[in-house]
Design a protein around this ligand. Structure first.
Ligand code: NAD
Length: 379
């Protein structure tokens, strides 16, 4: 069995780009080096729950182009604990009330919103109005209107906006995109993507409360499956039909438990996604006219794993996805490198989520989607 490693993967990409592109990148790399020495961006995390505590803050200890400069929390006890652990000065600690004063703090360049979904729009907009670049966790908001408001606020303020879509910076996912772009397995005809876990915890958690989450499995995990279907085909869907399944209504009182949806793509490819808070699933499979490739797992914190019909076992060194994601965003801000997960990507996914809910509300009816080709694709 052949192994595709990061090294030969880069060679493949370099060949795909053509020698000229590779050569012309060299002076840029030198200029970047000079800029890198100048500054690391200061990031303030808003919301110090489990994702900030166990993923983002540790990752920010290893990032090259940004660091943990500040925190915004509604829980006063967390202030001292975080300040002690990460050496955060008092002047860089805010609560939800005095958060807007962050406008006057030059140590904070980026505000990363890691709150329950229904709070994303308010805090992203306040951050933009304070003149800070914004990273917004997934899902971007709880409806498309909120996504538009965030995008507008960032555009009006002239600040950059990125989504917390860590997989967009992840090497197995980038390999998938490369397979699709290079037609390594021919024209893509089918994609299947699953993103799900079994929830048995506190029934009062915000993820099961629609006013805070905006929805259940689809909002939480479904966006990963939607993303896989799109980067697995390289296309935005033109229609969606969807079904909802419920087996534990006493637990999922307010939010969707399991949703399956089928996509049609402009090329004629079709796709099926499954998302659930009732069962575990974490994979993607893509079939083309001359073979297939597969990631399993496809969307956890890694390391991911993958294989292809050519007998290749994909193998990339494991790095924190959050570290890669935040450094990619910092490089976008500092050096103008492509935004791998722009706000439009978050909005596109929410348009698809809304269409899925609309289909379910209409008995599985096929809902057309009017997305421009490539709309929301990152760089
Ligand atoms: P969490 O429940 O662990 O933390 C939520 C934080 O928000 C807590 O600090 C809590 O105190 C605060 N909060 C403020 N107001 C609240 C309210 N009214 N109700 C509940 N909490 C409130 O959640 P989390 O897992 O850290 O998720 C936060 C966000 O990050 C969500 O949008 C989630 O989708 C996203 N997330 C993304 C990933 C990823 O891989 N990109 C992984 C986990 C979570």
């Amino acid at each position: 069995m052949k192994t595709i490693t990061r090294r030969n993967f880069n060679t493949v990409i370099a060949k795909g780009m053509g020698g000229a592109a590779l050569l012309s990148a060299a002076p840029f790399a030198c200029a970047m080096g000079a800029d890198q020495d100048k500054k690391k961006l200061g990031i303030a995390l808003v919301g110090l729950g489990s994702y900030s505590t166990y993923q983002l803050a540790p990752a920010l200890q290893d990032t090259q182009h940004c660091y943990l400069a500040g925190i915004v929390t509604g829980t006063p006890e967390k202030e001292k604990a975080w300040a002690d652990k990460y050496g955060i000065p008092t002047k860089n600690i805010y609560n939800y009330q005095n958060f807007d004063d962050i406008a006057n703090n030059e140590a904070i360049d980026v505000v990363y919103v890691v709150l329950p979904n229904s709070m994303h729009a308010e805090f992203c907009i306040r951050a933009a109005k304070a003149g800070k670049h914004v990273i917004c966790e997934k899902p971007m908001g709880i409806n498309v209107e909120e996504c538009d408001s965030i995008i507008k606020a960032c555009s009006d303020a002239g600040v950059k906006l990125g989504m917390g879509y860590r997989l967009q910076s992840e090497p197995y996912t980038q390999q998938v995109k490369e397979f699709v772009k290079e037609k390594t397995f021919g024209d893509i005809q089918f994609v299947s993507a699953e993103a799900a876990y079994r929830s048995t915890g506190n029934p009062d958690q915000w993820r099961l409360n629609k006013s805070l989450s905006g929805g259940g499995a689809l909002m939480n995990m479904g966006v990963y499956a939607v993303q896989s279907a799109i980067y697995g085909t390289g296309e935005n869907p033109i229609s969606v039909s969807a079904q909802e399944f419920s087996t534990r209504p006493e637990y999922f009182k307010d939010t969707d438990e399991t949703i399956m949806a089928q996509f049609e793509f402009p090329s004629g490819a079709v796709g099926n996604i499954s998302t659930s808070h009732n069962f575990n699933a974490n994979s993607m499979y893509v079939s083309g006219t001359s073979g297939w490739f597969q990631l399993q797992p496809a969307n956890n914190y890694g390391p991911l794993s993958g294989r292809t019909s050519k007998g290749d076992e994909l193998k990339f060194p494991h790095e924190s996805q959050q570290k890669l994601q935040m450094d990619d965003f910092a490089k976008h801000v500092l050096f103008g490198e492509p935004n791998k997960a722009p706000g439009e990507m978050g909005k596109r996914d929410m348009m698809i989520v809304e269409a899925i809910y609309q289909s379910i509300a209409n008995g599985g009816q096929k809902i057309p989607l009017d997305l421009a080709p490539g709309f929301g694709f990152g760089g």
